[in-house]
Ligand binder design. Structure first.
Ligand code: COA
Length: 568
């Protein structure tokens, strides 16, 4: 089929669907929903059988839905309507939620149902549920809906009106969730309630609140049972997180957006309120922090759960220290676990944007990433494995390739390229790591095409070593088993010797320092050169300024040599 993805942005869900639909053999083009006339033009150019809308912020015009089948991916159960579906479900603590694929008509979210899926909810951030459970259910639902399309065209099948659709759980129309409905009542809300409110608003729009007497938006909360205090009081800090008392415990606030800048522009809480946080006592967390190490038998597991997968200079340095410490332990395999939602998305663009000199901070951050990658690359006393539980982008992808093996969950989407960020050249030793996995030519096309790659496709072309169709819990158990097997494999010593020999040989051909110097000289041009594209792109990215047009490499219908590759 010819499919047009009409979407507000090419976000994680749209990317997942784009990959899955293409893997099924469909021809897929993308149009960002910028204006009705532009969407109409895209439809006229592409002449799609079906339009799939994974993420829209406004209604599809009648001129399109009246003449084409438009399938809306709604992140809610059957009967649910409104723009804050997931937010209400999380805030109200429902046990089960779902995704419904319905046909666009004059009533927002009120069209006939083509397919519906449900899933069990877990206590987690909205963004985490959206990228995981919602994305999985959306893929299942859209694929199921599309199998019905031929029968629909022949008149053998009809979508079901919402009120007739048989479903164990049924939703209702809910309004847009206002800040007044999200507000935390620190004097009365217990930890569970506070966590639900903060989770329901993460990563957008956050919960409007006050810190140190100043209005701000709160994000990235973790419950803490180890401390008590006067409800609402900020009790202290640990690293960049602030601890705030609830009526029966406390919560760590990881990130905050200051209203006087832009509420959507978040920084680590203790950076957003640097002066106030400096005066707070430093506390020890009872719950795990961003970086955590555990050992099982002869395997070490290093977790780094950085918010949004962004890695600032100090986070890279702390992780490098933790890596070095872990590599002094008497283990045989060191597994780099990343975080549950993301493996890594490279340097921390928000921290860079907020720095006095973004160019200097970009340089420091990339050097710190490179220092970390270098330690992984020159580990000779054990085998290393990078484990992608969640998505990886830009430098984060190449950081993983520094390990001896890379395993991923099948649902993971990779964006192993930098150019979308204002033609950034990239570092993290990618000029060494990428060609050695996929060959020079393919390395070049991956970098030029700047398209997402599924874990399955990445394994097929050698970019990753293995991927598994598991949920996060099953994947972790599998990784543990596989890592222990690797550590006790009869050929362990041989593998280790081979890896060291390969590294020595590669180093003799061209030292890592040379790769790094070449990459960084290009990066210096990006950061300090007269072309400011990177600085513009970063600014647009962190302030979420909508695209003014659909990038040509995604819009196959607006033909160009680049888009031809995307559609193939
Ligand atoms: N620095 C700071 N924040 C980052 C980030 C980074 N490197 N990468 C992602 N984020 C944030 C986003 O701003 C977004 O924030 P939100 O919580 O306010 O929504 C969140 O992480 C999720 O990112 P989003 O773009 O919505 O996720 P996605 O899954 O749709 O897209 C990427 C994934 C990797 C394509 C996209 O995030 C991206 O291009 N990131 C930048 C990568 C990069 O250029 N890094 C620098 C070079 S190494």
């Amino acid at each position: 089929m010819r499919i047009l993805l009409l979407t507000h942005s090419f976000n994680s869900l749209s990317q997942r669907l784009w990959l899955e639909l293409r893997a099924c053999g469909h021809e897929v083009s993308v149009e960002l929903d910028i204006a009705d006339s532009v969407a109409e033009e895209a439809v006229a150019l592409w002449r799609p059988d079906v339009i799939v809308a994974p993420f829209l912020k406004r209604a599809i015009p009648a001129s399109i839905w009246a003449n084409h089948v438009c399938l809306i991916v709604h992140p809610g159960i059957v009967g649910d309507r409104g723009p804050s579906s997931l937010d209400w479900a999380i805030q109200e603590g429902v046990a089960e939620w779902g995704v419904t694929v319905l046909q666009a008509n004059a009533v927002m979210d009120g069209g006939d149902i083509w397919s519906a899926q449900t899933f069990a909810m877990r206590p987690a951030k909205k963004s985490s549920i959206y990228r995981s459970e919602v994305a999985d259910a959306a893929v299942r639902s859209v694929l199921e809906a599309l199998t019905r399309y031929p029968d629909y065209v022949r008149g053998n099948w009809k979508p079901t009106p919402s009120h007739e659709f048989k479903s164990a759980v049924r939703g209702i129309e809910r309004p847009f969730m206002k800040q007044a409905q999200r507000a935390i009542d620190w004097q009365h809300d217990d930890t569970v309630t506070v966590m639900r409110k903060l989770n329901a608003a993460d990563g957008c729009p956050g919960v409007k609140d006050m810190l140190f007497g100043q209005p701000c938006y709160l994000f990235d909360a973790r419950a803490e049972a180890g401390y008590r205090g006067a409800a609402g009081e900020v009790l202290g800090r640990c690293g960049n997180a602030l601890l705030r008392a609830t009526t029966d415990g406390a919560v760590w606030i990881g990130h905050a957006g200051r209203v006087e800048y832009d509420p959507g522009f978040k920084l680590p809480a203790a950076v957003a309120f640097a002066a106030e946080a400096a005066a707070l006592p430093e506390l020890v967390r009872a719950v795990p922090g961003e970086i955590r190490y555990e050992e099982h038998g002869s395997v070490g597991f290093l977790h780094f759960d950085f918010y949004n997968g962004a890695m600032s200079t100090d986070q890279c340095t702390a992780l490098r220290d933790a890596y070095l410490e872990a590599s002094r332990r008497p283990t045989r395999v060191l597994v780099l676990m990343g975080g549950e939602d993301f493996w890594s998305n490279g340097i921390h663009l928000n921290r860079i944007e907020a720095a006095d000199s973004p160019a200097d901070e970009s340089m420091r951050n990339i050097e710190a990433m490179d220092d970390l990658a270098l330690e992984i690359l020159r580990t000779t006393n054990r085998l290393t494995v990078a484990v992608m539980q969640g998505n990886a982008g830009a430098g984060g992808c190449f950081l993983a390739l520094a390990a001896d093996q890379v395993w991923a969950r099948q649902a993971v989407v990779l964006n192993p390229h930098y150019k979308n960020m204002g033609n950034l050249y990239g570092s993290e030793y990618w000029t060494y790591l990428l060609p050695s996995r996929v060959g020079k030519e393919r390395a070049q096309s991956i970098m030029q095409n700047r398209l997402p790659i599924s874990a399955v496709a990445a394994v097929q072309e050698g970019l990753l070593d293995a991927c598994f169709d598991d949920d996060t819990t099953a994947f972790r158990s599998r990784v543990k088993r596989m890592a222990l097997e690797l550590a006790t494999a009869p050929d362990y010593a041989q593998r280790l010797a081979d890896k060291c020999a390969r590294r020595t040989c590669d180093e003799a051909k061209k030292p890592l320092a040379e790769y790094r110097a070449e990459e960084l000289s290009e990066m210096k041009r990006n950061f300090y050169g007269f072309d400011p594209s990177y600085h513009y792109a970063r600014h647009h990215f962190v302030y979420k300024i909508p695209h003014a047009f659909t990038p040509r490499h995604l819009a196959c219908h607006r033909e160009s040599p680049m888009s031809a590759t995307a559609c193939a």
